[in-house]
Structure formats: C-alpha cells, structure tokens
Design a binder for this molecule. Structure first.
Ligand code: NI
Length: 170
C-alpha cells in the first residue's frame, strides 16, 4: 500500500466524467488499498479515484456510524449509483481536494447506493447523516463535480465557528 498524491481544485482531472471499472484485477485492488490509506492519512471521510488522478468510477467512504467500541469501517464502492434517497440535511461540507474550505451543502439525509465490490460482486449500502453526505459527494466526483458548485459561498472562519458553536472556537 502507498499514499497517493491528492489532486487539488483546478486540476483538470477533477472536472472529468470517469469511465466505469471493467477489470476487477490486482491493479484495482491496489488502487482501492491506496485510496483507503490516503483517505485515512488525510483524516478524510471519503475519497474518489479521480482525486488521485485515476479517471475510473471507484470511491472509498469511511462509515463512522458504527456501534460503540467498533472501529470505523472503509466501504469500497466500484461503479456506484444512488438508487434511493430521502430527507434533507444542510451542513458544512469540505473536500480533500479543496483543503481548508467548507460550504453549506444540502444533501439527502438517507441515501441507498448500489455498487460493485473489488471482485465485481454487486451489493447495496445505506448511509445516513455524514455517510449519506459522503456517498453523494464522492459519487459527484465521478461526474467531475465538486461541492463548491453546490454552495453559494465558502464559509468564513466566523461562520464555521457560529455553526459549530463552542466547538469551533479552537
Ligand atoms: Ni471531495
């Protein structure tokens, strides 16, 4: 496993529509392993293949809604599609490709995704809260979209602090 370089906003790879994954081979497994390691190392909750310069439809998302005492779990999703969504949440969203910037983005509060695993098997995953937000955000990356297209401005430090209350003071 290896850390990969995360491309930043302005890199043309982040604006491209990615092609489906067709080969579920060792190269894909290495990509997914590296993406998980890179995401965790950067304290992110999701990472999409185009963010490491690979224009294929693969993402990793950190599932943090786990039972108490259990470790967070990395969900690998290849060729993911949103098949159901409901509710609405509005909150600050950021991206490892837009470091230090957050904007208010509305997302569904519950999202159901159909995807393939690293061996090509289809599965469905459901996310709520932050995980639902991450599913939407990462799948947007596969179509060349960043959260900055969905918010009306980047939040100032004061606005972020106001949203988080006392947590935002440090
Ligand atoms: Ni992102």
């Amino acid at each position: 496993m290896a850390l990969r370089n995360i491309l930043k906003q302005g890199d043309e790879a982040l604006a491209k529509r990615c092609r489906p994954v067709t080969d579920f081979n060792a190269r894909l497994h290495e990509l997914l392993d590296d993406m998980a390691e890179t995401m965790l190392s950067a304290n992110g909750v999701g990472l999409a293949a185009p963010q490491v310069g690979v224009l294929r439809r693969a993402v990793v998302v950190l599932e943090t809604n786990v039972p108490e005492g259990e470790p967070d779990r990395v969900i690998e999703m290849v060729n993911p599609q949103i098949i159901d969504a409901d509710g609405e949440q509005d909150g600050p969203e950021g991206c490892l490709s837009v470091p230090g910037s957050y904007g208010m983005v509305k997302r569904p509060s519950r999202v159901r995704v159909k995807a393939q695993d690293r061996n090509g098997g289809w599965f469905e995953a459901e996310g709520t809260g932050l995980t639902a937000r991450a599913f939407c955000h990462e799948i947007d990356h596969l179509d060349g979209h960043l959260f900055t297209e969905l918010c009306d401005h980047i939040l100032s430090d004061e606005e972020l602090a106001a949203y988080y209350g006392s947590e935002g003071d440090e």
